[in-house]
Design a protein around this ligand. Structure first.
Ligand SMILES: [Fe+2]
Length: 294
């Protein structure tokens, strides 16, 4: 391996230097990236001049891609990017920023809440790879929180309490927190809740982590207010500054994070400036409920 990794900020984020991800990588380099992901959970690569094809090829060299179909309020005929990409830009098909009150934009503001990508899918995401093509004049940081360290910091009583719990996740729960609660029948069906364990075991490292996400809106078998209060308490504890790394984007940055062991959130930015960030996503191994039912 010819490149180097060095920690930035908290111990779960590292910058990687001396590697060009636009070119096919030999197996030892790909293995070193996976090892780095297991060690840190967030890796930052600067100055990657990706085309969509190159970003897709690099993503697929790391694993199986997750398609982004039906996960936003963009209708298929409004897609700016192929379904191999999650379009997390603020742009319409004509590359114009959405109007401030555009429903698609308001739905996407849900990304400002702490979450783990695709926790609302039965098989949730493994890695997300987010590449910055253009950024706004200010704001727009992405913040990451380490859910392994957050789990480790819990007292034993709390660990025992949450160990067997299963949550229900839906994009409707995260949007409801922002007062966005009007959905069509078709959207309600599409955004139906799925179940996820609250404590996960990482398949490579064996480390436990809190599987939190603002998409989590209930705990199976618990009264709703009690469940929501516990999830809020855990989220507050897990996102204390000591567990958080804030990434300030530069054009050309690629950031990879492991959704199984981190949460993240977007920070506000001027709504009328283009922000073109393109995400490819790797699929997880399977649903989390049977995965850890041991
Ligand atoms: Fe996200």
């Amino acid at each position: 391996m010819s490149f180097s990794m060095h920690q930035v900020g908290p111990c779960f984020a590292a910058e990687v230097d001396g590697i060009d991800l636009t070119q096919p990588l030999p197996p030892p380099d790909l293995a070193a990236i996976h090892t780095g992901m297991d060690r840190y959970a967030v890796l930052i690569f600067h100055a990657q001049r990706f085309t969509d094809e190159q970003q897709l090829a690099f993503t697929q060299s790391l694993g199986k891609i997750e398609l982004a179909i039906g996960t936003s309020l963009r209708r298929p005929e409004e897609y700016r990017l192929p379904p191999t990409f999650a379009d997390v830009s603020n742009l319409d098909r004509d590359n114009k920023p959405f109007a401030r009150d555009d429903r698609r934009r308001l739905f996407a503001i849900g990304n400002r809440l702490w979450h783990s990508d695709s926790s609302f899918k039965a098989v949730p995401a493994k890695y997300s790879l987010l590449h910055a093509r253009s950024i706004t004049s200010k704001g727009g940081n992405t913040e990451f929180a380490d859910m392994r360290a957050a789990y480790d910091a819990l007292d034993q009583e709390t660990k025992d309490l949450i160990e067997p719990l299963v949550c229900e996740h839906s994009q409707m729960f995260s949007r409801a927190k922002l007062g966005f609660s009007e959905f069509t029948e078709e959207e309600r069906e599409r955004f139906k809740p799925v179940r996820q364990r609250l404590v996960r075991v990482h398949p490579s490292t064996g480390r436990k982590s809190l599987y939190l996400s603002s998409h989590a809106g209930s705990i199976v078998g618990w009264p709703d207010p009690e469940a929501k209060a516990l999830l809020m308490d855990l989220t507050e504890a897990a996102t204390q500054r000591e567990f958080v790394y804030a990434h300030k984007w530069r054009v050309g940055d690629l950031v990879i994070w492991d959704n199984r062991s981190t949460m993240h959130r977007a920070r506000p930015f001027p709504h009328d400036e283009p922000r073109d960030v393109r995400r490819t996503t790797l699929m997880g191994d399977g649903p989390t409920v049977p995965q850890q039912a041991t």
